[in-house]
Write a protein that binds this ligand. Structure first.
Ligand code: 6PG
Length: 235
């Protein structure tokens, strides 16, 4: 299964990813009048989101979702929603009613997941993903029953095993959402993920062990450090 891999120098990573996102957002708006964009969490996307602030995107036509969220309040430092607001959403002319936060901190997280499932479009225009050090993506952790979901598109899941942080319960999209998305970008930077990336992109397919392999058909935007152990290089 061939992946599309874009490898750039570290100083071009954020700009390359932002251009990829902006181009597809504007194409979606041109084609369908709106762009449904699901943001990823963690630290990698922060410079990409900050770069997106300066790009020409018709933000009033963008509808924002999240690929996953931690069971923390929106103002918690571990909140993916809070990170997205600080780095992007508070700085663009997006409509508040078109930003859909995952309410993973609700006591009835399972019900909240069912409600979020109903919010999701049949196919996202753009899905952004990251890769955790154990090969997880969104909050689909190795060995999780959520990896076998074929019906529910959003589920509540327990927190990850140590040493993955933060050790809190989550809400996450499931593999069908990844498969249905029109454009999937996986954003990975840093040498720490180089060996893992080689397993994900060039090793045997085993998405139960390496859930990020559910996104193998996507576009992988990497810096050279993260791509350092790949045999096939597009840079
Ligand atoms: C989360 C993220 C997760 C993230 C990876 C990579 O909530 O943890 O959505 O899937 O993308 O863990 O995180 P870093 O970018 O911080 O390495």
């Amino acid at each position: 299964m061939s992946s599309s891999v874009i490898v750039v120098t570290a100083d071009r990573f954020a700009a390359t990813a932002a251009t990829w996102i902006a181009d597809r957002a504007n194409s979606a708006i041109e084609a369908r009048g709106e762009c449904t964009l699901a943001l990823c969490g963690g630290n990698t996307p922060v410079p990409v989101f900050e770069e997106l602030v300066g790009r020409t995107i018709r933000w009033p036509e963008v509808v924002v979702f999240f690929g996953d969220e931690r069971a923390v309040p929106r103002d918690d430092p571990d909140s993916n929603f809070g990170m997205a607001c600080r780095s992007l959403l508070d700085h663009v002319s997006i409509r508040g009613d078109r930003v859909h936060r995952m309410e993973a901190d609700r006591p009835d997280r399972g019900v909240a997941a069912e409600e979020y499932d109903r919010l999701l479009p049949p196919r996202l225009d753009i899905l952004l993903l990251g890769v955790g050090p154990d090969g997880h993506t969104a909050s689909l952790f190795p060995g999780s029953p959520a990896l076998l979901e074929t019906d529910r598109r959003v589920v509540a899941v327990p927190g990850p095993p140590p040493p993955i942080q933060p050790q809190v319960a989550r809400m996450t999209i499931t593999p069908p959402v990844i498969g249905a998305a029109r454009n999937v970008a996986v954003l990975v930077s840093g040498i720490a993920k180089a060996a893992l990336l080689a397993r994900i992109l060039e090793g045997p397919s085993d998405p139960i062990i390496l859930p990020a392999q559910f996104a193998r058909r996507g576009t992988w935007i990497l810096d050279r450090a993260a791509a350092g152990q790949l045999h096939r290089r597009d840079d």
